[in-house]
Design a protein. Sequence first.
Length: 250
Amino acid sequence: MSESVSACVLIIGNEILSGRTQDINLNHIAKTIGAWGIQIQHARVIPDDAQIIVSSINETRHQYDYVFTTGGIGPTHDDITAECVAAAFGVKLIEHPDIAVRIKSRPAPDDVMASRLLMARVPEGARLIDNPTGGPQGFAMENVHVMAGIPRVMQAMLSSLDGELRGGAVVHSYAVEAFTGESQIADALARIQNAHKTVDIGSYPFLREERYGTMLVIRGVDRDLLQAVAKLIMTAIEAAGETPYDLGWQ
């Protein structure tokens, strides 16, 4: 089995915490890097607060193989991610000439250009993350990858990392559902889970057509084992007097 590769996502922005903006970046990052064999093990939403950003970066970059940040690299006063990453690594904040060239390619009045050039600031020694949309690039310091908060731009930046990061085993998902309450099969699920510790069985209740049901999602790296566990779950559902529905690979 390939080595497991872990990741943490830091979503930066007061607008997310206030509810004004709904985050969709975490979902996209999880699905994208999951296909690369990198599994998100931790995620947090933090405010535009320098002390919290710096401490979060320094805490997580030592705990996970990769850290991905989104947000806070624009031209306004509250876009402080770049300077916080520089502070976390103990380096200077500099204007990167390659980003500056890209920004200057779009003419603007001097005051507007000065604001735009704030987006060219990166920690000294940073590697650039390409931005296929044509806007300013993101950057990386060691295992910390800093990307935009705008979903379309973040997705473009992340796509440029395909093939650049170390991946491990890809985790697959297989699903079964039944119109049965969780409590009816809870004991059986516990026994199956305890006997197969290399897979993760998630239980998710739903209400459909005015009927309660449960979806069981089995996750792991061994596809044959996942199918075997799915059969055990379907047998347990049948033993409880209900009909299982095999939803297959998710």
